[in-house]
Design a protein around this ligand. Structure first.
Ligand code: LLP
Length: 412
């Protein structure tokens, strides 16, 4: 069963009040995930996973800092109450490139910048000597749940290629830039064998820097289960590997760096569900299609990555739909044959053994709190869905449903 901690009755009540499609998040589940990472000195939330203001405020209340990857995400961080000044360490801007407006902005507000390309370092050095920077290094290898989420190695656009570290350090010195830390995010979806390689690479890099490194960041990428039976990450094991790495750095340099972790998915994935209404149930040859009022304009991960999300059906009263299992594909309303939630990589439609729902029942997608709402689009002129957060047993609308009038107001 899905892991959000939300009951069927709560899901049905929120759908009845707010309509469908609707995203629902459970605040306590997010807090539970935060608590699992408390050994790290800093938890920095990669808000790209879900940047709703109420989620950011919840993170802030729980002592979690924030990462922004665009000018818009900087606005969100500040609107949630985070302070921009690098000295406070609350916000870091991470990217491989900075447009002109963002460059002006990070300088004006003294926002620490995690640079993923030598050009970024150069531009900051020219614009604002002394600016606080992190260096995001590509150690030469990577890992990810899909080729599209692998962010290290020679095929990745991310980070400063390790062989250019010395060159970048000269730019740093020429511009008197302050080194805040070294950062490595090599992909989304962790395995431990791979992780020790990353830790070793961090230790080796720190040695090459030949100056104090006040912080190191392990990046994000902590994997979370999506399928029944998958084991959750052992966060203490994860911490131990990084803790050993930073102690090795301390022994080598005389300064033990502070340890940051930068998860997105790990903090929010389980907390969220996407709820749609069943609008058609049709037989195609010997199998079934259940078609909903929500599609890949809401939850894009299956269509983009062949990602798996558990789906279950509820009656309008919130009871699980029961009955014999049939081979069922669950699809959306978009005018595109790839609009199927149950598909594998390469777009192969997956018919899952599920009880047959009726029109008017609800479909609930689990583990949809990360890269769900934040990757939605307006394809087929479908307005963005509402978002609701349940806190202390009370549901609260945290984003109203967009209207088509909102969209048309931008055009003419
Ligand atoms: N830090 C950096 C620099 C990143 O590029 C990312 C993710 C993270 C942290 C957070 O990674 P996480 O802990 O959430 O795995 N849309 C894809 C994931 C793309 C991740 C991009 N970067 C998905 O739906 O799986």
């Amino acid at each position: 069963m899905e892991r959000s901690g939300l009951s069927g009755q709560m899901i049905a009540a929120v759908a009845a009040t707010n309509g469908t499609p609707v995203w629902i998040y459970d605040a306590a589940t997010i807090e539970g995930q935060i608590a699992k990472l408390k050994s790290f000195d800093t938890i920095r939330y990669a808000q790209k996973a879900n940047s709703n203001l109420s989620i950011l405020k919840l993170m802030r209340r729980n002592g979690v800092k924030v990462d922004s990857v665009s000018n818009g995400e900087l606005d969100r961080a500040l609107a949630a109450g985070y302070s921009p000044e690098a000295e406070k360490g609350e916000v870091v801007f991470t990217a491989d490139v900075m447009d002109r407006a963002t460059l002006e902005r990070v300088v004006a507000q003294r926002i620490a910048v995690n640079c993923g390309s030598p050009d970024m370092v150069r531009q900051l050095a020219e614009k604002n000597p002394g600016h606080p920077v992190w260096l995001r290094i590509n150690p030469g290898f990577g890992h990810g749940h899909s080729a599209k989420t692998n962010t290290g190695g020679p095929s990745s656009k991310h980070g400063i290629w390790h062989e250019y570290l010395d060159e970048v350090l000269s730019i740093l010195d020429a511009g008197n830039l302050q080194l805040e830390g070294l950062h490595m995010h090599i992909g989304s979806g962790v395995d431990y064998q791979h992780l020790s390689r990353v830790c070793d690479a961090m230790v080796a890099l720190t040695q090459r820097v030949r100056r104090p490194v006040p912080n190191i960041s392990a990046g994000g990428g902590l994997s979370t289960p999506y399928r029944a039976g998958e084991k959750p990450l052992d966060t203490e094991h994860y911490f131990r590997l990084w803790d050993e790495a930073r102690n090795a750095i301390g022994n080598m340099t005389g300064t033990v760096p502070k340890l940051e972790i930068e998860p997105g998915r790990f903090l929010v994935s389980h907390s969220g569900v996407l709820v749609g209404e069943v609008r058609a149930v049709k037989k195609v040859a010997d199998k079934w299609y259940v078609i909903l009022d929500t599609g890949f304009n809401e939850l894009a991960r299956p269509a983009i990555y062949g990602a798996y999300h558990e789906v279950s059906f509820l009656t309008p009263a919130g009871e699980p739909v029961k009955g014999p299992a049939h081979p069922i594909a669950v699809a959306g309303p978009l005018c595109e044959s790839g609009d199927v939630f149950t598909q594998g990589e390469g777009g192969v439609v997956d018919f899952r053994p599920l009880p047959l729902p009726k029109v008017g029942d609800l479909a609930v997608f689990g583990d949809a709190g990360a890269y769900g709402a934040s990757m939605s689009s307006n394809y087929n002129t479908r307005p963005l869905a509402a978002e609701v957060m349940v806190e202390g047993g009370e549901p609260r609308l945290i984003r109203r449903r967009q209207t088509v009038a909102d969209l048309l107001a931008l055009e003419g």
